[in-house]
Design a protein around this ligand. Structure first.
Ligand code: SF4
Length: 372
């Protein structure tokens, strides 16, 4: 740990904390830094760092992945998606592929990509073949997808859009009356795009301390100190602890391009349900690139239900910060990165996988009560 991180830790340890303070993070990158640097163990015992809804792969609704699998199997398309999406399991009959990876093993043309430009390149290489891009992600991923569309894409490239916005799920948690946390560490990468102001509602509407953090232990500890100090003083405000990258207003160019290509829609979150104004939909002018319109036969309204996780999988409660990953009974036993049961064990941004990778490999078998 760097000297600066050590200084922040000393400051935190010197705070007169008399009660438990629970701090939610909303970013898989944050959770990875916290877990890999061992920050939980270094903090005073009455400071809880709770991993929250920071994994876009984990919340991608099952019906979208199912639809992508069916398109890959039956529509003679090349299906491209960011690598993590390929292993996410859906509740299909055992006789059918249960992930894009299994569809590929069964002969479908499914390819992992690392960026939207790769999708464009694949479509350009074979103009006679349709390419479907399953584009799932938060604002930071959605902005490059929008840029790709705005620049113009080949007519054979179609987007199966599953973009999500981060602040509405936190708003829903806070408005539920059982948030289960006392302070928020907001995602720095989202704030670089959308601006820190998106998180001002946490303070204004809920009188809750909030701080935007970067990905280093120093920045995360600075944000942790800030919200703890705010709790102690009972003077919440939105602190920008990532000033080197986060500016007021975020990136106007990225926000403009998001608005140009996408409209804000109510959207389903896997295992959670529909969250108002939490998703992106393609604007009318991109209808010809909408995979759902081009290949409409596979939409299955029956799959749009809240309980979409595999039996026994607690990913929804992990994503909502209700339980820690190792409080799922399947953690480390039936569910491991090699044999993932739920999406949180698949993605590099999933809390279960991060905790496993950080060395915590046994289930606690005890549920932490939500004491909001
Ligand atoms: S350990 Fe596996 S089954 Fe349990 S919540 Fe995590 S991903 Fe789901």
């Amino acid at each position: 740990m760097s000297a600066t991180a050590t200084v922040w830790l000393e400051r935190i340890r010197a705070l007169p904390l008399e009660r438990k303070i629970r701090i939610l993070n909303v970013c898989g990158g944050h959770e990875r830094s916290i877990s890999m640097a061992g920050l939980r163990g270094a903090l005073p015992p009455n400071v809880e760092l709770i991993p929250g809804p920071g994994c876009p792969v984990c919340v991608c609704p099952e019906e979208d992945i199912y639809e992508a699998i069916q398109m890959a199997r039956f529509d003679a398309v090349t299906l491209v998606a960011f690598g993590d999406m390929l292993r996410v399991p859906v509740n299909a009959p055992r006789s059918e592929p249960r992930s894009l990876e299994q569809a590929r093993a069964a002969g479908a043309d499914v390819r992992p990509i690392a960026s939207p430009t790769e999708a464009v390149a694949i479509a350009r290489r074979d103009p006679a073949r349709n390419v479907v891009f399953l584009a799932a992600g938060f604002e930071t991923t959605s902005a490059p997808v929008a840029a790709m569309l705005a620049e113009g894409v080949p007519s054979n490239l179609h987007v199966l859009l599953s973009g999500r916005r981060t602040w509405p799920i936190v708003a829903q948690l806070l408005e539920s009356g059982e948030a289960g946390f006392d302070a928020l560490v907001a995602p720095g990468h989202v704030a670089t795009v959308m601006g820190p102001e998106e998180w001002q509602f946490v303070v204004d509407r809920h009188h809750m301390p909030a701080a935007v953090a970067g990905f280093t232990p120093e920045s995360l500890l600075a944000a942790t100190y800030s919200v703890l100090r705010q709790c102690l003083d009972d003077r919440p405000f939105l602190d920008n602890c990532y000033p080197s990258a986060v500016r007021a207003g975020g990136s106007p160019a990225a926000r403009e391009i998001l608005d140009e290509c996408f409209e804000v829609v109510d959207a389903n979150w896997r295992g959670i349900g529909v969250v108002p104004a939490s998703g992106y939909g393609l604007r009318e002018r991109f209808r010809s690139h909408d995979a759902r319109l081009r290949f409409p036969a596979h939409g299955d309204a029956a799959r749009k239900r809240a309980g979409q996780m595999p039996p026994g999988c607690d990913c929804a409660r992990v994503v909502l910060g209700r339980i820690y990953p190792n409080e799922c009974r399947l953690f480390g036993a039936a569910c491991t990165p090699r044999h993932p049961i739920g999406p949180c064990m698949v993605s590099d941004e999933g809390a279960c996988r991060i905790w496993w990778a950080s060395g915590l490999r046994e289930s606690a078998h005890a549920e932490r009560a939500c004491s909001a």
